[in-house]
Design a protein around this ligand. Sequence first.
Ligand SMILES: *Cc1c(COP(=O)(O)O)cnc(C)c1O
Length: 392
Amino acid sequence: MTETPGQSTRAIHGTTLKDAHGAPHLPIYNTTTFAFKNTAALLDVVDGRKPGALYTRYGLNPTTFALEETMASIEGAEAALAFCSGMAAEMALFAQYGRDGVVCLGDAYGGTLELLADQLPLLGIDTTFLLGSELEQLDAVLAAGARLVFFETPTNPALEIFDVAAISAIAHRHGALVAIDNTFASPVNQRPLELGADFTVYSATKYLGGHSDVTAGFLLGNAELVTPVWGWRKNLGTTIAPEPAALLARSLRTLTIRVNAQNAAAQAIAEAMEADPRVKRVLYPGLASFPGHKLAAAQMHGFGGILTIDVDADSEATSRVADRLSLFSLAPSLGGAESLATQPVTTTHHGLSPAERERRGITDSMIRLSVGLEDTADLIADLTQALDEVTR
Ligand SMILES: *Cc1c(COP(=O)(O)O)cnc(C)c1O
């Protein structure tokens, strides 16, 4: 084949590893160690002269190889490391590249904020936090020495869009690296490496797993930059285990079809909510009314399966709307086949003071929706009946 196959083809045929018995998928090598014919063969793998299976915690397990090769192919990345969680991938990245200082832009996942603000300073890794409205300070923070810029786009729960190419250009001028937590978009909707970023990080627990049944993470980028992180994963012991690796490889085969269906459903729901008088505001990158729409249209291939509605009600009535939903379950995760709803003030942003929430543009009347794979008409009907609580 001369032309690069499309992303769906790569999601299904992305690994060159083949099972000796003709099984269409690599089986689960549920084994901790691998035996060698002789010492010379063992040393070839130990010293890195030849690729091969050796020890599962090192990631040197055929199930892990197949998963990483497939994910790298989907992303268009040279190298991929699979972790036991998204947080584990972030930790290994910060350990290797955060030591001269991290800049975290915009809203980030709660666990990321806690790690950067509370735990990593104990190890001498310090972070400067800049909101989207403070981006003009990025140059100065980088001039002062920070060497890693980390952010999500779209962000949670306001779906703020950051310009990956422009921010990467600023960072690179200062010799800093750029890592994007691409969990919300998935590689179907956004490929930050093509836009100039150095790393993508994923909580594979979300869209990549897609069924709310596997906890995992990835770090992707050029081999030269990813390879040093391998040692952290090995000795922090945060490598993915063979069983979740096989489950995740199964999920990746349907990634593009799932995400494309979720994009279309989220767009239809966003439009229906925008037309509903009981909703003040709909935050969704696919709406022309959304402030980040133009930038999202330029740097994304799809607008994603997450939207946030701002209900025309107080905090309590908003909770009643959330409670009255029947197809949307009240849960703080995202990216699965089942639709989920969460009121950020009660979950993801519960720990922030009211003043800090206001600074970040997070209101008590927001409900974040993760659109699943149910019939779109049923999801709209569920939201419409729940909104009756607003006028009760
Ligand atoms: C869930 C999530 C994480 C953390 O991932 P885990 O797999 O739960 O460790 C990181 N970033 C984002 C954007 C997430 O949604």
